[in-house]
Design a protein around this ligand. Structure first.
Ligand code: SF4
Length: 268
């Protein structure tokens, strides 16, 4: 489980950041998985080979029912809830908790790289709940790390969630969004961290920011990563490689135009 200090994007005004992991484990699916942070963290504490998809912690299913103050919750951040190996019954248990009246003051953020399975689940079981105003606290997101994985946004936009967000992290190349793909409610942007982190071009972040700002999508720049790079421009003294923060997550070290930390407006 990550420390809450590392999930600044859950620190929305009025909410306590939280991560909730009733299930852990996953297997790589695309380039963004190459240095999987969740696997590294999990295996550090639980041993090599412990990151099996669909691993269940039954005592955690009902944890959120005991939380009193509103929390903004990353759901199954230590894996992928929609990995094919996760049992349907276990996904339903996660949703049963999120749908319960005791949890209406919390916001649950589900982030996946497998939106096709998420959509299938929602169509079969959850659609009628997600469209219901009482269940506007379940947000769906996909990770998109490069142009090749942008199709995940198309699938995400078919899920009738209150908020549909995209995590462009680790951003591995420039991404050009079609107008249709900017119809999202929130965007997170971040570079890769860790010993072997791949470099994020600050220009890549700026391309996304320009496209999303134009259509007023709230943006949260999470971190510039371990090795951000940029081409120097005339008159620009900033040198990204001098960042002191190990994840590049201290906005005071960033160029002013990248210091954007917004959240979606709460709907109805
Ligand atoms: S989808 Fe996420 S949790 Fe699964 S291997 Fe890739 S980075 Fe890790």
């Amino acid at each position: 489980m990550g420390t809450h200090a590392q999930i600044e994007w859950l620190n929305m005004l009025g909410y306590t950041p939280e991560s909730w992991n009733p299930l852990t484990g996953c297997t790589p699916i695309s380039a963004g998985c190459e240095h999987c942070w969740a696997k590294a963290m999990h295996e550090r504490f639980n041993g090599t080979g412990s990151f099996k998809p669909g691993t269940v912690y039954p005592h955690r299913f009902q944890e959120p029912l005991t939380w009193r103050k509103p929390r903004m919750v990353a759901v199954c951040l230590m894996g992928d809830l929609f990995h094919a190996a996760v049992r349907l019954g276990d996904i339903l248990k996660v949703f049963e908790t999120m749908w319960s009246p005791q949890c209406r003051s919390h916001i649950f953020c589900i982030l996946t790289k497998r939106p096709a399975l998420a959509l299938q689940f929602v169509e079969l079981y959850a659609g009628r709940y997600l469209g219901n105003p009482f269940f506007r606290n379940i947000w769906f997101g996909v990770t998109v790390e490069n142009q090749e994985t942008c199709g995940r946004i198309d699938t995400l936009l078919q899920i009738p969630a209150a908020v549909r967000f995209v995590s462009f992290e680790p951003l591995l190349g420039p991404i050009i969004l079609t107008p249709e793909r900017t119809k999202i409610d929130w965007a997170l942007i971040g570079g890769e961290s860790g010993r072997e982190a791949r470099s994020m071009g600050l220009g890549w972040a700026r391309i996304l920011i320009d496209a999303l700002k134009r259509v007023k999508v709230p943006i949260f720049v999470k971190q510039l990563g371990q090795r951000p790079h940029q081409f120097r421009e005339p008159g620009e003294g900033y040198h990204a490689r001098c960042l002191k923060h190990p994840r590049g997550a201290d906005p005071s070290e960033w160029p002013a135009d990248l210091r954007i930390r917004e959240w979606p407006k709460q709907k109805g």
